[in-house]
Ligand binder design. Structure first.
Ligand SMILES: Nc1ncnc2c1ncn2[C@@H]1O[C@H](COP(=O)(O)OP(=O)(O)OP(=O)(O)O)[C@@H](O)[C@H]1O
Ligand SMILES: [Mg+2]
Length: 300
């Protein structure tokens, strides 16, 4: 996909320090231990991909960093500031584009800066800059329903960038795109990240996508189906050059070893987490979004 990357201002990326972070959800049917306590220090400007089987706590981790959920234990610091709730400095991009259908592309992108009461001239400047950064200058006055899925996803990225966040949190943002559009978006995001230098946490089910984009890949495992709270199994450093060749031997080696970590059992399944405590997890749906997910069978 020919995509023009505009000139963009350098943001100040933030370091993220996750310490002893865990999450239990309380539901009508009992407690779901979604995530065992984890530590994860992330450097300013780093691109972190998180992979792992369904239900291992990837979105939970992201929602905690976004400030949408409260941690059960532990803390998250973005630079020196503790996360106590959502903030425009932590932009979130979901799989469903979350655009306002009644607003044009330009109005969608302007929404955040307007909420922040920026001067009209600055709002315009940011809109121009980020609409052009995602190559949508010609579509600025269209409505979301007039755009393809890939274009809508680009608008949702521009909308987050317009707040000039120091952290970008992305939950399977390209999951719904066809392979070709997805590859175009990956290349574009990679270039944008190099230009803008935001710290990124990016969740994906595609190991190839993770190896293509990340500085480090966090492999999570566990979850209700395995009767162990979600936790980090391993963190793999991607020591590949900026322009990555998906067909290179080293790329394929990394992809294979991450795939093995995702798809095989851990030697020590307790891995520092209390599997017995997890056995008290109740069965049953937790919310509509999770209906498709496997649930734990309580031990008797
Ligand atoms: N709001 C909630 N209330 C109760 N339990 C929840 C809630 N959200 C998630 N869970 C449970 O927490 C666990 C982790 O869920 P999470 O959505 O973080 O997994 P995930 O790794 O993102 O999975 P997927 O790859 O399917 O998106 C699951 O067992 C899930 O059922
Ligand atoms: Mg998820």
């Amino acid at each position: 996909m020919a995509v023009h990357i505009g000139e963009v201002r350098q943001n100040t990326p933030a370091a993220i320090d996750i310490k002893g972070l865990s999450k239990e959800y309380t539901t009508a049917r009992g407690t779901v231990k979604a995530m065992a306590p984890m530590d994860l220090p992330i450097k300013a400007g780093e691109f972190i991909c998180v992979v792992g089987t369904s239900g291992c706590g990837k979105s939970t981790l992201l929602r905690l960093v976004a400030g949408f959920e409260k941690a059960t234990t532990g803390s998250i610091a973005v630079d020196t500031e503790e996360v106590l709730g959502p903030s425009p400095s932590r932009g979130v991009v979901f799989q469903d584009y979350g655009l306002f259908p009644w607003l044009t592309v330009r109005e969608n992108v302007a929404w955040g800066p307007k909420q922040a009461h920026l001067k009209t001239s600055l709002v315009k400047e940011r809109c121009d800059k980020y609409i052009s950064a995602v190559g949508l200058e010609l579509f600025a006055d269209r409505y979301p329903h007039e755009l393809s899925g890939g274009m809508q996803q680009r608008v949702s990225i521009a909308r987050v960038l317009a707040n000039e966040p120091s952290v970008m949190l992305m939950d399977e943002p390209f999951g719904a795109l066809d392979a070709l559009t997805r590859r175009g978006m990956q290349e574009q995001l990679s270039r944008l990240h190099r230009d803008i230098k935001t710290t990124v946490i990016f969740i994906t089910h595609s190991i190839e996508e993770a190896v293509l984009l990340a500085d480090r890949v966090v492999v999570m495992t566990g979850g209700a189906a395995k009767n162990v709270p979600g936790h980090i199994r391993e963190i793999v450093t991607i020591d590949l050059p900026e322009n990555r060749d998906v067909n290179s031997e080293h790329f394929n080696d990394l992809e294979r070893s991450i795939s093995r970590l995702v798809n095989t059992e851990e030697d020590d399944s307790s891995h520092g987490v209390d599997a017995d405590a997890f056995a008290e997890v109740q069965t049953g749906e937790t919310n509509a979004e999770d209906e498709h997910k496997p649930v734990a069978v309580p031990r008797v």
